[in-house]
Design a protein. Structure first.
Length: 329
């Protein structure tokens, strides 16, 4: 895997005196206990054309600094609202200079919220971890963020007593963080192994739809994403391991699992064809029949929107597999 270009770390800005994140006349705030209103994306919009860009940016960063401080609050509601505010801010514009100066503080805050928080707080903290890596881009800074937060994210993913929506979010965002940040092949393979330990359980599931299947879906999608940046030898190993098992998931009751399995199969066929022009899949005929059935599914017992989504996806999946078949013949 090619090495990423590294940015030089910039020195952190000088420590400022304690601040109040918003002035008393801010119309969106009455007291600090109402900080949940700060996370409204609209609070990051410019107040009007008369406000110059520099002043608007200063106000924007001032609010973000306040959110960073509030992530250390004793109140779970306040921490969660602060995380939401940071999430909205980091989603709205590129803030590399601001972020790189506060990278360590932000990483520590996210780690603390992941460890101390529950449920929704963990979910938002995981999303913020991903945004932090996106803001920093591929390089040394984001790799350090990943190495700090990955063990905590993996711990939540593996914790059966943890909130299921938090586990799903951690599985999704851990994969994205790894894709963006890691330049270490061992980190990559260990993250993929974490995902495999989850979604392979679905190979032996009885069927049905439950919260666990939603977690397995996120793990499978993250695994598939990371497979695209693996060394060719590892790709071949993973194809051999999973290409004959994934079709089992096409009969799951959960439409999202069927779709995730279909998309992953299409990826495996494409990668296999790129790696070996002589690639042969002995069960191609029954697989294409299954894919055709899913691409034309008219089962009235399934929701209309699910059938429409499934047919659209599996037409593409079938096309990808048939292209492979045409190349081989």
């Amino acid at each position: 895997m090619p090495k990423s270009k590294k940015r030089n770390s910039r020195p952190a800005g000088g420590r400022q005196k304690t601040i109040q994140p918003f002035s008393d006349d801010d119309s969106s705030v009455e007291t600090m206990s109402h900080c949940s209103s700060y996370s409204d994306t609209a609070s990051f919009a410019e107040d009007g054309a008369e406000v110059d860009e520099e002043a608007a940016q200063e106000d924007f960063e001032f609010k973000l600094k306040g959110f960073i401080e509030l992530t250390m609050d004793k109140s779970a509601k306040t921490r969660q609202a602060a995380l939401e505010g940071l999430k909205s801010g980091l989603s709205s514009k590129i803030l590399y200079d601001f972020i790189v100066e506060r990278r360590i503080t932000l990483t520590d805050s996210i780690e603390r919220c992941l460890k101390k928080g529950k449920g929704e707080e963990q979910r938002v903290a995981a999303a913020l971890a991903c945004l932090l890596c996106c803001q920093l881009g591929s390089g040394m800074e984001s790799e350090e963020v990943f190495r700090t937060l990955a063990p905590v994210l993996k711990s939540i993913i593996s914790d059966r007593s943890a909130n299921m929506s938090a586990r799903q979010a951690c599985a999704s965002y851990l994969g994205l963080c790894c894709f963006i940040a890691t330049d270490d092949i061992e980190d990559l393979y260990m993250t993929m192994e974490c995902m495999e330990n989850l979604f392979t359980k679905q190979y032996h599931a009885e069927g049905g739809t439950d919260n666990a299947s939603a977690l397995h879906i996120q793990a499978l999608l993250s695994w598939a994403l990371l497979l695209t940046i693996c060394h060719s030898s590892e790709v071949k190993k993973k194809i051999d391991m999973h290409i004959h098992k994934l079709p089992r998931l096409l009969s799951c009751d959960d439409v999202n699992m069927r779709i995730a399995a279909g998309e992953t199969l299409a990826l495996l066929f494409e990668l296999a064809r790129e790696a070996d022009a002589e690639f042969y899949y002995e069960d191609l005929e029954p697989l294409t029949e299954t894919l055709k059935a899913l691409a034309t599914d008219c089962n009235k017992h399934r929701a209309k929107v699910d059938r429409r989504k499934q047919r659209s996806v599996f037409r593409d999946v079938l096309r990808a597999v048939e292209v492979c078949n045409a190349v081989l013949h």
